[in-house]
Design a binder for this molecule. Structure first.
Ligand SMILES: [Zn+2]
Length: 215
């Protein structure tokens, strides 16, 4: 279900706010931000349009919904995605066709959890789905990467470039966000890492088994 808080998170992300800014302003955690980013299909933390542009597009979409326009025509006219349009329907109490409701995120979260075990020292072990040779898994028609989801949950931003385990973690199938470095972290620290304030360490991941669960 979409709450007012989720709408605010989505609006900030679309306006180009960083996770840090969203966390401070709305007093929410990374889990909530990531869930909104996926459920609203916000593809990048950097918005492509200004808050004013977005407000105009939303007003137009609401008018079209009230006039009975299809989602496809509203998408074409406003550039908003279906999730956003559905959200506007709910906010403005314009009836939602039941067939449009999607259990997608619940399925992703349940799939992630079913392939994950908590280990000692903050390790989070990935139990591959049958037929998979990577950290990818399928859920509800989509493909997701468990390691990248875990990184995003821990670091409060999507990973940039390649993900590698930090030298501290010797467990090949560990996906803990705290035990991985992306290009941004590696560029800063090199390998092996020099001591630094944001050096990845073997601390426990706060929510190792549920990156998308509602908070
Ligand atoms: Zn580990």
């Amino acid at each position: 279900m979409t709450s007012k808080r989720d709408s605010k998170i989505a609006a900030m992300l679309r306006a180009g706010a960083t996770y840090d800014e969203v966390r401070r302003q709305l007093k929410v955690g990374n889990t909530a931000i990531i869930r909104v980013r996926y459920s609203y299909t916000i593809t990048s933390p950097r918005a492509k349009r200004s808050a004013d542009d977005l407000a105009r597009a939303e007003a137009q979409a609401v008018g079209m919904l009230r006039a009975g326009a299809t989602h496809a025509s509203i998408r074409a006219a406003t550039g908003l995605n279906s999730n956003k349009i559905a959200e506007l329907r709910r906010e403005n109490r314009i009836p939602i066709p039941l067939k449009n409701r999607k259990p997608r995120l619940v399925a992703v979260d349940e799939a992630f959890r079913s392939y994950t075990r908590s280990g000692t020292d903050g390790h989070v072990l990935w139990i591959k789905p049958a037929g998979s040779r990577t950290f990818d898994f399928k859920a509800s028609g989509g493909r997701y990467n468990a390691r990248r989801l875990a990184f995003e949950q821990h670091h409060g931003r999507p990973p940039e470039g390649r993900l590698r385990r930090t030298p501290d973690c010797a467990i090949p199938n560990c996906i803990a966000g705290a035990h991985h470095a992306d290009n941004r972290i590696s560029d800063r620290h090199g390998s092996p890492y020099e001591p630094g304030s944001d050096r990845p360490t073997l601390t426990s991941c706060p929510s190792p088994t549920s990156p998308l669960a509602a908070s």
